[in-house]
Design a protein around this ligand. Structure first.
Ligand SMILES: Cc1cc2nc3c(=O)[nH]c(=O)nc-3n(C[C@H](O)[C@H](O)[C@H](O)COP(=O)(O)OP(=O)(O)OC[C@H]3O[C@@H](n4cnc5c(N)ncnc54)[C@H](O)[C@@H]3O)c2cc1C
Length: 445
């Protein structure tokens, strides 16, 4: 293509040195150099961009903050990156409707802060919440520690504004939880990773802010006993708002090289357990919980104020970055295993001989399985290890991604392991919504 054409109401970057940064996200994949990066400031820019994409035959790759871990926002051949960080709009809360309106460009931390300032809570909390954009969390249906109680991003979306392949912005959904006038089309775009259209804004559902927290740092005597705890808590009527874990190998890394708080921890493995319902700080609640945890715990620490709670969570928050710093070429997966099969999963994983270490969201079975030695493993062997891991999760009734999505990183595995009818249905939807194939080509399916 000749020099990238001027666009109304947009900033266009076309100098190769400026485009370089857009070849990356937080995955291990490096994308192609895009034809350009476009930052639209209004609908006229998008209308013209869609027209040009169809006329010139290039694709449009949506990008939020670029913190994704599946290579979803990195350019494939002959694509333009649509960087939505300058998309206009402001945040507004409607207490009467228990809802919040926000543009895709808002950062998730701004959304959570606006809800909190109005006395409400917006639960989705990927560990990248301070840096990722709302649009990215919607497109990936982001999860996080709170998902074990509150569900994923899709549970908190009432409506969406979406750019479709006709070049126009359409609104799906209303400001109410009850809306049953036909299938819910907004839900179709949540977790679609930009392959059906561009999400430009959302109406989000809020809930009253929790007032009480019980946050426990739980060193565990025997690692395998921890794996039964999610099921035991559920059976006893406890619903944690977060239940995170660190396996013996990750705990050993943290103990040897991690922050001061981590170095003094006893136990074979570690968990963080949090409750946020009313009454969770009462003696009755804590006694019942202590009875249940007793046999598992090797002592425990309970946060008694916000600062201590923050200290406990800091250990979890640094884990991904800490492991990446120590093992820059590591490959990190985010499989899911039903809670009832966690023990079986780890026993069988050990049997495969794959050198994996794990941490993540035990409360909902979303496990971040990391291959730290990925750079010393031949590519074919690494591929085989990953397929073994995905197959194991699938055989146990789980799946190959709990929150990061498919993007480019897991596309081949997804196509190999998903039920053929699932892929064909997705492709039929893609053909119908995006017949020219302009939105995020080469991703997911
Ligand atoms: C340290 C760290 C911790 C993380 N922890 C979690 C976690 O706990 N849970 C979790 O779910 N994820 C986690 N992630 C992954 C990532 O942060 C989330 O997936 C986040 O939601 C991505 O947002 P983003 O704005 O950076 O999206 P990007 O990386 O820019 O894009 C992600 C995908 O969404 C598409 N997209 C982006 N914006 C739009 C839009 N407006 N319309 C249509 N498509 C769009 C892109 O094309 C791409 O496919 C983590 C990442 C890091 C680096």
């Amino acid at each position: 293509m000749r020099a990238f054409p001027a666009l109304p109401d947009a900033t266009v970057l076309a100098e190769p040195e400026l485009l370089e940064a857009f070849r990356h996200d937080e995955s291990h994949i490096v994308g192609c150099l895009p034809l350009a990066v476009v930052r639209p400031h209004g609908p006229a820019a998008l209308r013209e961009l869609v027209r040009l994409a169809k006329a010139e035959g290039f694709g449009l790759v949506p990008r939020g903050a670029g913190t994704g871990k599946a290579g979803g926002c990195i350019p494939t051949a002959r694509t333009v990156v649509v960087d939505l960080s300058a998309w206009p709009g402001s945040l507004s809360v409607s207490p009467q409707d228990l809802s919040l309106q926000a543009p895709a460009s808002a950062l998730l931390r701004e959304v959570k802060a606006a809800a909190s300032e109005a006395g409400f809570f917006y639960p989705p909390d990927p560990n990248s919440w301070e840096s990722c954009a709302l649009g990215g969390t919607l497109a990936t249906n982001a999860g996080g520690p709170n998902a074990c109680k509150y569900g994923m991003t899709r549970h908190w979306v009432l409506g969406l504004d979406v750019l479709l392949a006709d070049g126009e912005i359409h609104r799906f959904g209303i400001r109410s939880v009850k809306a049953n006038a036909g299938p819910n089309l907004a839900q179709l775009f949540l977790g679609s990773e930009g392959i059906f259209g561009l999400i430009l804004g959302a109406t989000l559902r809020l809930t009253p802010k929790p007032r009480d927290y019980t946050t426990l740092l739980l060193p565990v005597k025997r690692w395998m006993d921890l794996l039964d705890l999610p099921g035991r808590l559920s059976a006893a009527g406890f619903l944690p708002s977060a239940f995170e874990f660190f396996d013996p190998a990750v705990l050993a890394e943290l103990r040897a090289h991690g922050p001061e708080e981590a170095r003094r921890l006893p136990g074979e493995a570690l968990a963080i357990l949090e409750f946020d319902e009313r009454g969770c700080t009462s003696d009755d609640f804590l006694e019942a919980l202590a009875d249940l945890l007793g046999p598992v715990a090797d002592g425990l620490e309970m946060a008694s104020d916000a600062r201590q709670r923050e200290g406990i969570w800091a250990v979890r928050r640094i884990t991904s970055a800490f492991l990446k710093e120590r093992h820059p070429k590591k490959v990190s997966e985010d499989i899911v295993v039903p809670r009832s099969r966690l023990r079986e999963f780890f026993e069988r994983l050990e049997g495969t001989g794959i050198p994996a270490v794990s941490y993540g969201h035990l409360g909902d079975g979303n496990l971040h399985v990391n291959l730290l030695a990925a750079s010393d493993t031949a590519p074919a062997a690494l591929e085989a290890q990953l397929m073994t891991l995905f197959r194991l999760a699938t055989e146990l009734g789980g799946t190959l991604s709990g929150e990061h999505g498919i993007g480019l990183a897991k596309r081949d595995a997804f196509l190999a392991l998903a039920e053929p009818g699932h892929i064909e249905t997705l492709r039929a939807l893609k053909r119908s919504l995006d017949p020219a194939g302009i939105f995020n080509p080469g991703k997911v399916i």
